[in-house]
Design a protein around this ligand. Structure first.
Ligand SMILES: C[S@@+](CC[C@H](N)C(=O)[O-])C[C@H]1O[C@@H](n2cnc3c(N)ncnc32)[C@H](O)[C@@H]1O
Length: 271
């Protein structure tokens, strides 16, 4: 059994290095901030599946501290890294830390101005998370989900060249499923869906290191021997297409939904 298997174990293992092995896309945050409700007092925002808080901190920086940000994650190790980051970089900022599951959030009805989630929704029970978000949002509040669809995943450098990557990564939600989950909640209205493409150039060796060190949870889903074979095949392929450096692109989807005036009592979050 691969010791890194299972989401909790995976994130406990990568928490300390997570910020160094992921790219943060600031244009996505700009788009979300442009859709936030306007308030004269501070905004109440939850970042669900916040990890080390790399996106929570960018959102907070945009709002100049005029918010209370609930950093929510079920991994204690990730939350500890998150707290360290905020204490070091944003002293006095109004961050709160909550070890919770996205499927059952601790907020009162109509309590939040926004629920945001980056690169995490595929770990959640989608319908429960959407229902919980709708319940927790005030009328006019925003739900923002940034993720990758299976189609987009298949077009990454991993999806194209790492054997088995698309088969093992069976957790991502197709765009239609996410749209349906939102449409099925009477108190939510789909507001916008935008696709992003980011071009990256990086040394072939650093790409390989990300796989060797299991920096994506997908790798933890392989049986060990199969992973070793797939990694060797991937190394051959990327060495043959790059000259020490690899240019590749990553596509993601941002889904925005708005809490309507309808009562959140209509939202059924039971299975
Ligand atoms: C791929 S990381 C993304 C972290 C962060 N949003 C980012 O983009 O850097 C996914 C995060 O979701 C958390 N997570 C997974 N399942 C969860 C759940 N059911 N409830 C809350 N957090 C969860 C993991 O612990 C991890 O920190």
């Amino acid at each position: 059994m691969n010791p890194t298997r299972g989401a909790q174990g995976h994130f406990a293992r990568v928490a300390a290095v997570y910020d160094f092995v992921r790219n943060t896309d600031p244009d996505v945050v700009e788009e979300i901030v442009a859709h936030l409700p306007h308030r004269t007092d501070r905004l109440e925002i939850a970042d669900v599946g916040c990890g080390t808080g790399r996106y929570s901190s960018v959102v907070a920086a945009h709002l100049n501290g005029n918010l209370r940000m609930w950093c929510c994650d079920f991994s204690l190790a990730m939350l500890q890294e998150c707290r360290k980051r905020m204490d070091e970089n944003y002293p006095g900022r109004p961050f709160r830390y909550s070890r919770v599951s996205a499927n059952c959030m601790p907020f009162a009805n109509d309590a939040l101005d926004a629920v945001v989630s980056f690169n995490a929704v595929h770990h959640f029970d989608l319908e429960r998370f959407v229902g919980e978000s709708a319940r927790s949002l005030r009328p006019g509040g925003l739900l923002a989900v940034y993720t990758r669809t299976p189609w987009q995943n298949s077009r990454t450098i991993w999806g194209q060249h790492f054997p088995g990557f698309n088969q093992y990564e069976g957790r991502l939600y197709p765009r239609e499923r996410m749209e349906r989950a939102i449409r099925n909640v009477p108190s939510l209205q789909l507001e916008n869906i935008r696709e992003f493409m980011h071009h990256r150039t990086e040394p072939t060796e650093s790409l390989l290191d990300r796989a060797r060190n299991f920096h994506y949870s997908t790798f933890s889903l392989y049986p060990p021997e199969e992973f070793t074979r797939a990694l060797a095949e991937f190394a051959l392929r990327v060495h043959s297409i790059g000259n020490g450096k690899i240019e590749h692109s990553a596509e993601n989807t941002l889904i925005l939904a708005r809490r309507t005036e309808a009562t959140s009592f209509e939202t059924d979050v039971s299975p």
